[in-house]
Design a protein around this ligand. Structure first.
Ligand code: ZN
Ligand code: ZN
Ligand code: ZN
Length: 258
């Protein structure tokens, strides 16, 4: 019996030791990621390697710097926000949410922010595309992982919904989320307006952002000159700053002749 118990103890010990990372002598994220390598593939060796390398470097309990492979069906409400010469950008809800920490008893992840808003950036699978990806990963803002559009087979970077320049949700983020809700009907005009909005990160820059104003937001339209200039009252007024409480723009000078 003693012999049996001793054997069992040894067995448990060996299993326990086996769970620990040889590098940090702990039950760390790298260890759990490594045990999961067999459960996923991006379908591309280079991309698998990039993701695995970031995972093997993370000996913390929080996986803040590791990338995940995120199956495309873990996103919902996918909406295009930009479609221009630089590629397509979507926003979507990530059903599972980000990893918050390691549950080392159950060998699983504890996640947070279920259905959080993320930005999906399509990138070309090419040497350049991969290099850009690596550069982004080592940048200062959060990339959660990589996914693949199940229809087009394009690879996607899954990023935080914050501005890349400011590293927080700035005016550009708010303008971008609204791109899908309007169009002038002319691609060149849309692009011109987009560009002015995409360079209005801070409030002092916002006066340079152009808006698409539907004709029905103007009234009392008067023809004032022969060169087809009209005066009108603008019902909404101009954008002053973002109002976090109402999740909308705070405007000024409603109904004042522009
Ligand atoms: Zn470790
Ligand atoms: Zn655009
Ligand atoms: Zn910004």
């Amino acid at each position: 019996m003693d012999y049996f118990i001793q054997n069992i103890t040894e067995l448990i010990k060996s299993l326990y030791v086996d769970e620990r990372c040889v590098k940090c002598n702990n039950i760390c994220c790298a260890k759990l990621f490594q045990q999961n390598f067999k459960n996923w593939t991006s379908g591309n060796n280079d991309i698998d390697k990039i993701i695995q390398d970031t995972q093997l470097l993370d000996h913390s309990q929080y996986a803040r710097y590791a990338l995940e492979w995120i199956p495309f069906d873990r996103f919902c409400n996918i909406k295009c926000i930009v479609k221009d010469e630089f590629g397509r950008v979507y926003i979507a809800n990530w059903i599972d949410g980000r990893i918050n920490n390691l549950d080392n008893k159950n060998k699983n992840w504890i996640r947070k922010d279920q259905n959080m808003l993320v930005v999906l950036k399509y990138f070309d699978y090419s040497k350049d595309g991969i290099l850009r990806l690596i550069k982004k990963i080592t940048g200062f803002y959060k990339v959660y992982g990589v996914s693949q559009d199940s229809e087009t087979k394009n690879y996607i970077m899954v990023q935080d919904d914050t501005c890349e320049k400011c590293n927080y949700i700035c005016n550009v983020t708010h303008f971008q989320r609204n791109f899908k809700n309007w169009t002038s009907g002319n691609d060149d005009i849309d692009r011109l307006i987009h560009n002015t909005q995409l360079s209005s990160h801070r409030n002092y820059q916002i006066s340079k952002a152009l808006e698409w104003i539907p004709y029905d937001r103007l009234y009392d339209i008067k023809w004032i000159a022969k060169d087809k200039v009209y005066r009108a009252n603008w019902i909404d007024g101009y954008i002053n700053k973002w109002d976090n409480e109402n999740q909308n723009w705070k405007r000024k000078d409603q109904n004042i002749l522009p």
